[in-house]
Design a protein around this ligand. Sequence first.
Ligand code: SAH
Length: 249
Amino acid sequence: MNTFENIRIVLVRTYHPGNIGSSIRAMKTMGLEQLVLVEPREFPSAEANKMASSAEDLLDDAVVVGTLLEAVHDCAMVVACTARPRTFDLPALEPEQAANQLFNAAKNGPVALVFGPERMGLHNDDIQLAHYRVSIPANPDYSSLNLASAVQILCYELRKQLNSALAAAPDVAGNPEADNSQLVLPNVGIRENFYEVLEEVLNDSGFVNQQHPGQLMLKVRRLFAKAQPDESEMNILRGALAAVQRKLK
Ligand code: SAH
């Protein structure tokens, strides 16, 4: 179960505490336990405990943080769940593909599956931190599921990944040492630092008109989300930027 311990379910600005309870119950039925809450409106809450039913014990271990960046800074893979495409769009995965990518990445370290608030879903600012977007294919005229139902479906997809890994190789499933052929993606903290330095260089070099920065950084982020540089490639880019910065100073 090592791999599952690295999979974090993140609920952003949840409005109804009952949905937090139903979500932890959905998680526990599939064997997932790591819940992180970003700015929940009300938590701890009696309503959450009631809806959690026999998964109530796990609510005590839920971690509450103030920002999504805090929740995912150490994650090498972050997948954002949205009912429909957003202005800032990312490469999209089907639920099964998303679960497969997350499960494989979780062999090496923490990963996160991020769910938005009930009314509005995730902001563009939240989605920017993710590597992929996943939408559960639903009725095109009514595609927004209840938060805990969406959590249930994605957790079930993760469970299927674990079950097939166990069936294929019961001794090695979820054992990080058994499969080190994985490419190492830079975690969110490293990527955010890279974007910060890149933005500085684009400004200091005069490439960006600071009065009219436009959508440049959004587009750059989307480019890197598609390219998926690994940690060593990102180090090369980071080194190149440092050299440009030295010249500029
Ligand atoms: N009204 C919002 C949906 C909010 S539902 C909107 O249209 O975006 C609360 C959360 O459940 C969403 O932010 C998303 O994380 C998840 N969710 C709901 N329906 C989903 C779907 N079809 N696919 C993926 N995630 C979904």
